[in-house]
Design a protein around this ligand. Structure first.
Ligand SMILES: C[S@@+](CC[C@H](N)C(=O)[O-])C[C@H]1O[C@@H](n2cnc3c(N)ncnc32)[C@H](O)[C@@H]1O
Length: 262
């Protein structure tokens, strides 16, 4: 069992597919001179560096709770670009930001998104922007099969009843209503389906091994996790069918809002 099952190489396997929503999210941002930017769950930091450069930001701070993901970010550090090992759940920003950004990370934060976004909004400077992307694919077989296996013996006992909480991610209209309640003066929230052509259905399992399955990997002994992964692969490919290439539709929610300027 390890505390940190994030593996940058495994995560990077589907890098170009994963980065498409990142670029769509960046396109939502209103560029301002000398922005102070915060990137939550920045991972390896490569996309944080892109964000910093493309916005010509004054400062960008990337934070992440995984030492192994952050290990690669150290060499990206510049006078304006920094990285810190922090957990979003417990971290309190010491200053305010012109942009709080997060790509594919807040679904991992163990806090209700209403409370989380309320807390983050307090760290926005006047007219500051929030730009967040979260996956919304929890009804796809790649997730439901993992939950079914986690509920079955021997994994249920080994996991102490844990299953990855899909409920954390809200429906798109709930984010829109939340931003309205929090006083954002402008907003755009949308659900987008990213279609990925993968060589075969097993690639969906490989993809998920770099993300969702890490939550189970962290909680299981290596041999038990190995069995979990084998069972997951077999059951998922049975459910998805043997098509080659395989079309993997991936729903994501993109959230952008601008706070009041006063
Ligand atoms: C799917 S990766 C996304 C990485 C990067 N944002 C990207 O777009 O490539 C999710 C990241 O969120 C981080 N993460 C998960 N829970 C976190 C938390 N509570 N606090 C900070 N980072 C967290 C993980 O360590 C991981 O690096």
């Amino acid at each position: 069992m390890t505390d940190d099952a994030w593996n940058p190489d495994r995560y990077d396997r589907f890098r170009s597919e994963r980065s498409a929503p990142f670029f769509d999210l960046v396109a939502e941002i209103r560029r301002r001179p000398a922005m102070r930017v915060l990137d939550l769950g920045c991972g390896t930091g490569q996309l944080t560096r892109y964000l910093h450069r493309t916005l010509q930001a004054e400062t960008t701070l990337g934070i992440d709770s995984s030492e192994s993901m952050l290990a690669k970010s150290a060499r990206l550090t510049t006078p304006g670009l920094h990285f810190q090992h922090q957990n979003v759940e417990t971290w309190t920003p010491a200053e305010t930001y012109d942009l709080i950004f997060s790509n594919a990370a807040l679904q991992w934060v163990d806090q209700h998104h209403e409370a989380l976004l309320t807390r983050l909004t307090k760290a926005l400077a006047p007219a500051g922007q929030l730009a967040v992307q979260v996956p919304a694919n929890y009804d796809h077989a790649s997730h439901t099969v993992a939950t079914e296996i986690a509920r079955a013996p021997p994994f249920r006992d080994a996991l102490g009843g844990y299953e990855h909480a899909a409920a954390r991610v809200l429906v798109p209209e709930a984010y829109a209503a939340l931003l309205a309640r929090l006083g954002y003066r402008e907003q755009r929230v949308r659900l987008e389906v990213y279609g990925h052509w993968l060589a075969e259905a097993t690639d969906v399992a490989r993809w998920v091994e770099g993300t969702l399955l890490t939550a189970y990997e962290r909680r299981l002994d290596p041999t038990v996790f190995d069995e979990f992964r084998q069972r997951y692969r077999t059951a998922l490919v049975e459910r998805l069918g043997p098509s080659r290439p395989h079309f993997f539709p991936f729903k994501r929610i993109l959230i952008w809002g601008m706070a009041r300027g006063d």
